[in-house]
Design a protein around this ligand. Structure first.
Ligand code: MEV
Length: 302
């Protein structure tokens, strides 16, 4: 059995695709697990069978399109682990992480599968190698990924990341008091990233501003300066709105969270749907924000 957690981007989504810094943290409360079994597996003994509730998949390896992300990953893993054949077993993937919601479900699925192969073969891979393999599949899911999702999930630690410069692991003084809430709107990262890329010249200044903000956020995060973290989250949201990465429902939910006492709130991930994060000051505010978000039509995840 292998598993991997979700992630949220605290600062710098989209800008991180263009070489600006981004900061992401793991979300251990939400996970994807993968495991091999042979129970009742008589029909396809010559092949691997893959079952994933996340994407509604129940198929043998050879029936999958050669470009299907899980099949591409299995091909990579066959080489990586020096296997002559894939195990003739059922690979079941179970997910608590909603897809197309900005929480890294694609990278987490790849990493859970990679870890299951490590268990099965007894060959451990470094976090860096796990991240590199998952990155290959992120390219299929996202087109031009920055690499931040696979890195934060493979290391399971907060990261300050710049494409081309790698990642710096951050040690936070304490977990951030965050609520993660889903807008209920599915939003494929590939589409939002592609759209912003198509209008890059109109967005370039905003992208560079987001980069500066993410660089400043690293220091305040390490100091656990919560009021300043909240201000930077609100400022990042304003810039994401200018980038056209937000949407009416997210804006409405973010406003509801702030009115209920959130000191900072912003979308997380690609946006135009998916999830938002809200920073709270105390338990009473936390309960109020959760109630206000639910009332405004969100589902609370964490
Ligand atoms: C996706 O979690 C975050 C984006 O910045 C895309 C990426 O970094 O690959 C929107």
């Amino acid at each position: 059995m292998g598993s991997a957690c979700a992630k949220v981007i605290l600062f710098g989504e989209h800008a991180v695709v263009y070489g600006e810094p981004g900061i992401a943290v793991p979300v251990p409360q939400l996970r994807i697990s993968a495991e091999f079994s042979t129970d009742g597996y008589t029909q396809y003994r010559h092949d691997m069978r893959i079952i994933s509730d996340r994407i509604g998949l129940n198929s043998s390896y050879s029936e999958l399109d050669p470009n299907q992300p899980i099949r591409r990953l299995l091909d990579l893993l066959k080489t990586e682990f020096g296997l002559r054949e894939l195990p003739h077993k059922i690979l079941t993937i179970h997910s608590d992480i909603p897809p197309e919601a900005g929480l890294g479900s694609g990278a987490a699925s790849s990493i859970a599968i990679i870890r299951t192969f490590s268990e099965e073969t007894g060959k451990a891979l470094s976090a860096q190698r796990v991240s590199e393999l998952a990155f290959e599949i992120e390219k299929i899911y996202h087109g031009t990924p920055s690499g931040i999702d696979n890195l934060v999930i493979a290391t399971g630690q907060p990261v300050f990341y710049r494409k081309g410069h790698g990642g710096e692991l951050l040690t936070l003084k304490q977990p951030l008091p965050l609520i993660i809430a889903n807008s209920g709107i599915n939003s494929p990262t590939r589409e939002v990233v592609g759209d912003i890329r198509a209008n890059f010249s109109a967005h370039e200044l905003t992208i560079r501003e987001i980069g500066k903000l993410a660089a400043a956020a690293k220091t305040v995060l390490l100091e656990n300066d919560l009021p300043r973290i909240a201000d930077l989250m609100n400022e990042n949201q304003r810039l994401l709105e200018r980038l056209s990465a937000s949407c009416e429902k997210l804006n409405h939910l973010i406003e509801a969270a702030r009115k209920a006492g959130a000191s900072g709130a912003k979308l997380t991930g690609a946006g135009r749907g998916g999830n938002l994060i809200a920073l709270y000051r105390n338990e009473a505010d936390r309960a109020r924000i959760k109630a206000a978000l639910t009332e405004a039509g969100a589902t609370i995840y964490v």
